[in-house]
Design a protein around this ligand. Structure first.
Ligand SMILES: Cc1cc2nc3c(=O)[nH]c(=O)nc-3n(C[C@H](O)[C@H](O)[C@H](O)COP(=O)(O)OP(=O)(O)OC[C@H]3O[C@@H](n4cnc5c(N)ncnc54)[C@H](O)[C@@H]3O)c2cc1C
Length: 423
């Protein structure tokens, strides 16, 4: 049986960043189920259109991380784009974030939203116990019921009473009554991703940049892990058994817990899945918009993004995202007609003709952050650490995070292992 010092499961951003941080002198292998690297950060090129698995845009908070990636992708042109994001509100588009731009609504809606926000700012009730309660307590019913609740119900595909008040963490754009008042006079829609970067070759270019610091021979593709023996420290794939000293897994935590048979509370883990259609058309559509949020329950999708407005291209190139509960049977081939009809009714498609399409189901897509899930995640991650297993990444650590967070977490893990002289 082959032995390896550090075995890494998954060649997505987290797995590859761990391998890159370990460095070429360290004895390690990456085992990946898929035939390609990248995980959810893959790019599809079809009929002259460049699409990702879902719109993947980058907003680096750490200049050294961005500098490292750019140095490894010198041949790529990377666009820096000033975000133009909106909410579809019937006949008009409102600037994102909704809660700061209610003055762009028709007067009656504006007054209702503002009054609700004012009341919410004065109320001193108990701390909200769910995401839904938090939305109403912090923003009032007008804002919550017009956008925040229906939009997030479509995205998460669950009852928002189930989610933790902080389910979206720093990704939720906060706005106080004072912020909204200031916004009336001086617009400031700055958010965590006010500008973003995007490579001409799609999001996979960032993955390739990470992989440039990993020896290709150390990445085993097309090799799904089918079992993990925590006691013997052995991983099984259809082709081999591998003995490890330590294991770094980016496999979704609920799947990994089953693979390694660690007793756990299965029902504590909940998530949605997202069906993404990438659609290419023969001519241009709306300009000046990068993505639009759709809270309307009668429309099948929750967000539509325009790659052509990022690339300054001549033909409309869309990604369209639909949220589903974890247990739903998703039939992309049957849903496409409905999605196209909804795009027509919302005015996204007018005269354009569809000439290319692609779809992917991301499962899991968004973790449902709940108190029970948080507790079980913390307990199982700790139990795994005690037997030399480090479960990391958006799905390995079962959290809501960005690609930059994945890179930082992988680096931090390697730093900690070195500091504890475990490497
Ligand atoms: C709809 C959506 C939009 C997003 N948009 C953005 C964005 O704009 N910007 C941003 O920064 N982030 C975005 N993200 C988040 C980003 O996709 C993730 O943070 C990142 O891709 C996670 O990388 P990872 O390596 O942790 O996990 P993954 O990409 O899931 O990689 C895990 C790897 O493990 C492999 N694997 C699974 N099971 C096995 C097995 N049994 N054996 C071997 N290998 C296995 C998988 O094939 C995969 O390659 C978005 C996510 C979603 C769902």
């Amino acid at each position: 049986m082959q032995g390896v010092d550090t075995l890494i499961l998954g060649a997505g951003v987290s797995g590859l960043a761990t391998a890159a941080a370990l460095g070429q002198g360290h004895d390690h292998l990456v085992v990946e189920r898929d035939a390609q690297i990248g995980g959810y950060c893959k790019t599809v090129v079809q009929s002259g259109f460049t699409w990702d698995y879902s719109g993947h845009f980058f907003h680096f908070k750490h200049p050294e991380i961005e500098a490292w990636l750019l140095a490894n992708m010198a041949a790529q042109r990377v666009r820096r784009v000033h975000k133009r994001a909106f909410i579809h509100c019937g006949a008009r588009l409102v600037d994102f974030p909704f809660q700061k731009n209610i003055h762009q609504l028709p007067q009656d809606d504006f007054i209702d939203c503002l009054h609700g926000l004012w009341e919410a700012s004065r109320a001193a009730g108990p701390a909200p116990s769910s995401f839904r309660e938090m939305l109403i307590a912090r923003y009032g019913r007008g804002i919550a019921e017009r956008f925040l609740i229906p939009y997030n119900e479509k995205l998460y595909a669950c009852d928002l009473e189930l989610l933790d008040p902080e389910a979206m963490g720093r990704f939720f754009p906060k706005a106080s009554f004072d912020d909204v008042m200031r916004q009336l006079k001086t617009p400031d829609n700055s958010s965590y991703n006010q500008t973003f970067t995007y490579p001409e070759g799609g999001a996979i270019q960032y993955v390739e940049a990470i992989a440039r610091d990993v020896e290709r021979a150390r990445i085993l593709l097309d090799e799904p892990v089918t079992g993990v023996d925590l006691e013997r420290r052995v991983v099984t794939t259809p082709r081999r058994q591998l003995r490890y000293r330590r294991l770094v897994s980016s496999v979704p935590l609920p799947t990994f817990l089953q693979l390694c048979r660690l007793p756990h509370d299965e029902a504590a883990f909940s998530w949605n899945k997202v069906l993404v259609y990438n659609l290419g058309f023969d001519s241009k559509g709306h300009e000046q918009r990068h993505w639009v949020y759709y809270p309307q329950r009668e429309l099948s999708y929750y967000r539509v993004g325009y790659y052509d407005n990022i690339f300054d291209a001549e033909r409309m190139s869309l990604y369209v995202e639909l949220g589903f509960p974890r247990a739903a049977q998703v039939r992309p081939e049957l849903l496409l007609e409905r999605v196209l009809a909804d795009l027509r009714s919302a005015g996204v498609i007018t005269t354009q003709r569809l000439i290319a399409s692609h779809h992917v189901v991301m499962d899991p897509a968004y973790v449902h952050v709940t108190q029970r899930g948080l507790a079980e995640t913390a307990r199982t991650l700790e139990a795994l650490r005690r037997v030399g297993v480090y479960s990391i990444g958006r799905y390995g650590a079962w959290t809501y995070c960005s690609i930059e967070d994945n890179l930082l977490q992988a680096r931090e893990l390697v730093r900690q292992l070195r500091a504890e002289a475990l490497l």
